[in-house]
Design a binder for this molecule. Structure first.
Ligand SMILES: Nc1ncnc2c1ncn2[C@@H]1O[C@H](COP(=O)(O)OP(=O)(O)OP(=O)(O)O)[C@@H](O)[C@H]1O
Ligand SMILES: [Mg+2]
Length: 253
């Protein structure tokens, strides 16, 4: 059984940075093989991980819709689909990466989406660790992947409004009936290790469980400024250490 860690949060809160650091953490702890899934249509987890994407699942969808239902040369539709999905997987340094890309344009793709979902579900079973970098909306999670996660980490900025947005994401994940075992909040870009009293009240009001806070880190800003992958964040940086401590406390088995 795979351990699935999903990352969500409103725009720009640090989801991709955190996802990249989780992949790094899992590699360092010998928790491999890892499948990193970029479920954000603006696909940039690959950059955080220092890889290039050739093909996304979104781009594959139309091609898959036209595959002849009858077996071609003895190769069934499912086999052709598995082959194509495998060709979209990037082999990185210590992890594999699959980018979902944009949803397909107008047209009926229900059948192909159904097949994709079951094929991707089958594929994910061969990875003990899966990290999914999401866009804020959670609906696509149920549409294209299993909709299951052992751990959902919602990343927020330190403001009370930001944390309210995180609380809404938690509610949405419940409304769309995702099967998630644990949901935790991570507050990113915290200055001087302090949370506003109003932010603490919002956490309490919505019953959010705080996994920890990550400081605003100049080392991350410098990497970003040089367009370098988050993998190059030095282990002595404060954000690196804090993220590793948070992940240690979450007991990823
Ligand atoms: N703790 C931090 N300290 C300093 N800069 C940070 C920190 N976390 C993230 N950043 C920077 O903030 C910006 C947004 O981060 P990131 O791309 O990870 O957010 P995101 O939630 O994935 O955004 P999007 O919604 O656009 O996908 C990036 O420039 C990143 O380098
Ligand atoms: Mg992102």
């Amino acid at each position: 059984m795979s351990f699935v860690i999903a990352i969500a949060g409103k725009g720009g809160t640090g989801k991709t940075t955190f996802s990249g650091l989780i992949v790094n953490y899992l590699i360092k702890k010998g928790k491999t093989p890892i499948l990193a899934i970029d479920a954000d249509p603006s696909s940039n987890l690959n950059e955080a991980l220092g890889e290039k994407i050739n093909l996304t699942i979104g781009e594959l969808t139309e091609a898959l819709a036209t595959i002849d239902a009858s077996a071609q040369g003895g190769v069934s539709k499912i086999e052709q689909m598995e082959y194509k999905i495998n060709s979209a997987i990037i082999e990185g340094k210590g992890f594999d990466l699959l980018a979902m890309g944009r949803p397909e344009g107008p047209g009926c793709y229900c059948h192909v989406n159904h097949l994709l979902k079951s094929t991707i579900t089958k594929l994910t079973k061969s990875y003990p660790y899966i990290v999914v970098d999401n866009e804020a909306g959670m609906e696509h999670l149920s549409r294209r992947t299993t909709g299951k996660a052992d751990l959902l980490l919602i990343i927020s900025d330190p403001s009370p409004r930001g944390i309210e947005a995180a609380a809404r994401i938690k509610e949405v994940s419940k409304e769309v009936k995702l099967d998630i075992k644990t949901i935790k909040l991570v507050i990113n870009r915290v200055m001087n290790d302090k949370l506003y009293p109003e932010s603490l009240r919002v956490i309490e009001k919505y019953g959010l469980e705080l996994a920890g806070t990550v400081p605003l880190d100049e080392a991350i800003m410098n990497l970003d400024g040089e367009k370098k992958p988050i993998f190059e964040l030095p282990p002595e940086s404060i954000a690196y250490q804090r993220v590793f401590n948070i992940l240690d406390s979450l007991k990823i088995t």
